[in-house]
Design a protein. Structure first.
Length: 184
């Protein structure tokens, strides 16, 4: 059995709360070899740009706390899974990382018991549910307690969520430019 270990630049394999700390991939590969498992290190870009094609393999991969790298890794892992590879951790768990909304949907899919949860895309959707306060609201992409609020009323929920629903000035200007100033 051979495992492909996908890494970042210079075989960096980081996934701790300290994103600058990485797993020593040489020791990791030696430990696998000592246990009869062949492995090879490969950087993500080699797969993304088809330098290396991987099919019907076992792939263990790193992750990143950097937002731009998360999307990149997500795309490459999705592609690799669609090519018949066994991905560790699987694609659904990758989607759960830094995405509390998907976490809740995935727990429902797996019939994992949980507290009563709701998943909304905007404040107006709250009106359709009979919520009992106090409630905890969480940003989809919050971590380490950031974006988590205890709210004792609908007004508190609205006040906490309003800033997240507002467009940045630069986005509003861009939308205006595209709608009214772009030549047809």
């Amino acid at each position: 059995m051979e495992i492909t270990i996908l890494t970042g630049k210079d075989n960096f394999f980081g996934q701790t709360r300290k994103p600058w700390v990485g797993l020593n991939t040489n020791i990791f590969c030696k430990t696998l070899a000592d246990n009869g498992i062949d492995s090879r290190l490969m950087e993500f870009h080699a797969v993304a740009n088809s330098i290396e094609q991987i099919k019907d393999s076992i792939i263990f991969y790193t992750f990143s706390q950097k937002e731009n790298l998360r999307a990149y890794i997500n795309d490459v892992i999705y592609h690799l899974e669609s090519c018949g590879n066994r991905i560790i951790p699987n694609y659904e768990l990758l989607k759960c990382h830094e995405n509390k909304g998907f976490q809740e949907l995935y727990k429902k899919q797996l019939d994992i018991p949980t507290l009563k949860t709701y998943y909304f895309s905007n404040i107006h959707e709250l009106e359709q549910y009979n919520l009992h306060y106090p409630i905890v609201i969480k940003k989809v992409d919050g971590s380490n307690g950031k974006g988590v609020y205890l709210c004792n009323s609908k007004e508190e929920v609205t006040n906490k969520l309003r800033p997240f629903m507002q467009r940045k000035l630069s986005d509003s200007v861009d939308l205006f430019r595209r709608r009214y100033l772009r030549k047809k």
